[in-house]
Design a protein around this ligand. Structure first.
Ligand SMILES: Cc1cc2nc3c(=O)[nH]c(=O)nc-3n(C[C@H](O)[C@H](O)[C@H](O)COP(=O)(O)OP(=O)(O)OC[C@H]3O[C@@H](n4cnc5c(N)ncnc54)[C@H](O)[C@@H]3O)c2cc1C
Length: 446
């Protein structure tokens, strides 16, 4: 059950993503295509970073017989079309709120695990020879209003003091001179952890690594129904049924009711949208004094995120649109083009060449969910990275592999991420809850 337009889930529809034009194709023999009738130990549903990393680590580190089923081509979901911000932490809660809910020790463990997650992406790229097109050392959290600079000071103090991360504040003038200028730039926090990457290259690189390690990866294999008979999960797809002893649900924002309705209805898929411009000229870059490769996000609740890509195309992203209908997508594109011109007036006339969108995934507790179903220990899951899954998802996929392989225990999952998401009361009203939240955030941003 989903309230979004069915086209959002249709792999036959052109996503319009810039990364598709740029990334080398997946090599031959990696995507084995539609699955037939088959049997395996572990079946993974979802071929994004979570599923692919889990498949890689299960096959490579534990020699487990693993199949992965993906509805579209491998990396079709958010993993192949995100903004490429390899940043942290994957949470809708700030450090103060995390500490209030989970205590200092577990919050520290959570943050440390997510700094490790950023390193894991770099290490995977090195070990598996993935050309990520890395860009920028560190990320900028930019005050969109003078009043927000104080919030950044507080964030700096927490990062420096409690988490030992040497983040540093830069004034409005310093940013304007060394990084870029804009109408919504009032100083920023430079966080040294994080960088930008080409997301589809990363997804395809992970797929190639998993296949090399012996995982069998099947694109064009949507699971339309699951049942359990005599201790086996039967995963029905249009081309055959896969029998598996254990399953991993790695479907994040694209989760629907087919596999586990209870889990699906505890999730809140939220739309994230991106536009990319044509290459900017040197004069246009100078108009905003653009000098940085660092990924930037501002302090709005409904945030803008932006970065300059290789070849001087500008990527600009925003959350919004509650329907997924093509006409609302077109409206969202016009809104983003207008806002891009307001925030960067020197580029008001610059046309965008690409626009696409997809789902990020949230839950009521505003942190990711990793673990095993209480009522069936053979069902594992990792999802809900709250829009920050480029590093969190591969890290979670690896942790699932370690849990399944017996090298980790549930207590190794930091408390903010441990266990299934709490149910959402009256799931049929999720669209209206989201509408309320977006309206509230819009007011706060004003
Ligand atoms: C536009 C956009 C921009 C983003 N920008 C960033 C960013 O800059 N930085 C960041 O950290 N995060 C970003 N994110 C979020 C990030 O991309 C995700 O958190 C991450 O990719 C999640 O990976 P995943 O493997 O868990 O899920 P996904 O990559 O979404 O993969 C889930 C897969 O499951 C498949 N699936 C679903 N149901 C079934 C089924 N029944 N049978 C078979 N397959 C199924 C889907 O087809 C999909 O491919 C962005 C997301 C979007 C949409």
């Amino acid at each position: 059950m989903s309230w979004y337009h069915p086209g959002m889930y249709d792999p036959a529809r052109d996503v319009g993503c810039f990364w598709d034009d740029e990334a080398p194709p997946l090599g031959a023999g990696i995507d084995l295509g539609p699955v037939g009738d088959d049997t395996c130990d572990v079946a993974i549903i979802g071929g994004g970073y979570t599923g692919l990393s889990c498949a890689l680590h299960l096959a490579r580190d534990f020699d487990i017989d693993v199949r992965l089923l993906e509805a579209g081509p491998l990396g079709w979901g958010a993993s192949g079309r995100n903004g490429g911000f390899c940043t942290y932490p994957p949470s809708g809660l700030g450090p103060g709120e995390l500490i209030a809910r989970y205590g200092e020790a577990e919050t520290k463990r959570f943050i440390a695990s997510q700094v490790e997650a950023v390193d894991l992406v770099r290490n995977l790229a090195r070990d598996e020879n993935i050309d990520l097109q890395p860009q920028g050392d560190g990320t900028l959290h930019v005050a969109h209003h003078p009043a927000m600079f104080a919030a950044l000071e507080h964030e700096r103090d927490l990062l420096n003091g409690m988490f030992g991360i040497p983040a540093r504040l830069m004034s409005r003038a310093e940013i304007a001179e060394a990084e870029y200028d804009s109408t919504e730039q009032f100083g920023a926090l430079l966080n040294p952890v994080g960088f930008g990457l080409q997301p589809l290259r990363f997804a395809r690189g992970l797929a190639a690594a998993a296949a090399r390690a012996g995982a069998k990866l099947h694109g064009s294999s949507p699971v339309t129904h699951r049942e359990k008979v005599d201790g086996w999960h039967l995963l029905a797809t249009p081309s055959g049924t896969l029998r598996a002893r254990r399953i991993v649900i790695a479907t994040n924002g694209f989760t629907r009711d087919d596999v586990h309705p209870g889990l699906a209805r505890s999730l809140m898929p939220v739309m994230s949208n991106i536009v990319v411009t044509r290459p900017l000229t040197e004069a246009e870059l100078a108009a905003q004094n653009w000098r940085t490769e660092r990924p930037c996000a501002n302090t709005r609740r409904l945030l803008f995120y932006y970065r300059m890509l290789p070849g001087n195309r500008f990527l600009f992203g925003a959350r919004g649109d509650l329907t997924g209908r093509p006409e609302d997508g077109a409206k969202m594109r016009r809104f983003m083009e207008r806002r891009l011109g307001e925030v960067f007036p020197g580029w008001r006339h610059v046309e965008t060449t690409h626009n696409w969108r997809g789902f990020v995934c949230m839950t009521r507790r505003l942190t990711p969910s990793i673990g095993r179903m209480d009522d069936d220990g053979s069902i594992w899951f990792a999802l809900a990275y709250h829009g920050d899954g480029v590093s969190a998802a591969p890290w979670s996929g690896r942790l699932l592999a370690q849990l399944i392989g017996g090298k980790a225990e549930l207590s190794d999952i930091p408390a903010p991420m441990r266990g299934a998401p709490p149910p959402i009361p009256v799931p049929a009203l999720r669209r209206w809850y989201l509408r309320g939240a977006l309206g509230y955030y819009r007011l706060q941003d004003k």
